[in-house]
Design a protein around this ligand. Structure first.
Ligand SMILES: [Fe+2]
Ligand SMILES: [Fe+2]
Length: 254
């Protein structure tokens, strides 16, 4: 039996069969690719200053590798447009980067807490995309996800080092709400119509609310247990950046 995807139960889609698919499916997939082409490059630009902010040569090297991989994500998603015969510059013109990057990264503490919390949120979303119907997108997301785990790891190691001093701990405590809000908002609006359509087409396999909830539980687990910092049982105090509608895309790039 051939594998099918989503409630629509469509078979795996290749570049050859892409243009034969339903228009809604094509638009949802192309929009996700477009968001990544624009936001991965913008995010890499935002991360670049953190190479010199890193406290040790080892951390500088790992941050430089992270920046390199973020530009690589941009190129990887761009290649998906090339494969479909779309000119990436024309196709992404006027497309805004994700609002994730509108909150400025101002210090090394910001950078490592961002990686530990916001890149983690991106990884949660990529875990859905790696099971989606369009084969080249699936593969690009799997390769990206593997690298995102490394970025999250750098964030966790960086935070652990900061927690060794009282000043570092104070900075981490102050940075958690700032980035947790961004991470939680990246899952998109509750009761989202676009999420329902993503699920229909098998691009996502859960609701925004459930994904956000699973993410919060995971973050709360290691922040309270491993970082020794208290967090409320429920995410509500950190939900003020949440989009009220589908206006903001429910995807994260990190
Ligand atoms: Fe990325
Ligand atoms: Fe990343």
């Amino acid at each position: 039996m051939t594998e099918t995807y989503g409630e629509a139960k469509i078979p795996s889609v290749t570049p050859e069969t892409f243009w034969d698919q339903d228009e809604e499916f094509r638009e949802l997939v192309l929009n996700l690719i477009k968001i990544h082409v624009v936001s991965e490059e913008y995010g890499a630009d935002c991360f670049e200053a953190s190479i010199l902010r890193a406290p040790t040569p080892e951390m500088k090297m790992r941050m430089a590798k992270t920046v390199m991989e973020e530009y690589g994500h941009h190129l990887r998603f761009r290649a998906l447009l090339d494969e479909l015969g779309l000119d990436w510059r024309d196709f992404t013109r006027g497309k805004d980067h994700l609002t994730t990057f509108d909150v400025p990264i101002e210090s090394w503490t910001d950078q490592v807490v961002f990686l530990a919390l916001v890149d983690r949120a991106a990884a949660h979303q990529f875990r859905h995309f790696v099971k989606s119907p369009y084969e080249p997108f699936r593969k690009a997301c799997q390769d990206t996800l593997n690298e995102e785990y490394g970025h999250v790891g750098l964030g966790m190691d960086g935070v652990k080092a900061l927690l060794e001093t009282a000043e570092g701990r104070r900075q981490v405590e102050a940075a958690i709400p700032k980035w947790l809000k961004v991470g939680l908002a990246s899952f998109g609006a509750n009761k989202s119509r676009s999420n329902a359509r993503y699920r229909y087409w098998g691009i996502k396999s859960d609701t925004n609310e459930n994904m956000r909830d699973a993410y919060y539980r995971q973050v709360r687990g290691f922040v309270t247990r491993d970082w020794g910092i208290d967090m409320p049982d429920e995410p509500e105090p950190f939900m003020d950046l949440l989009p009220g509608s589908d206006a903001q895309a429910s995807v994260a790039a990190g």
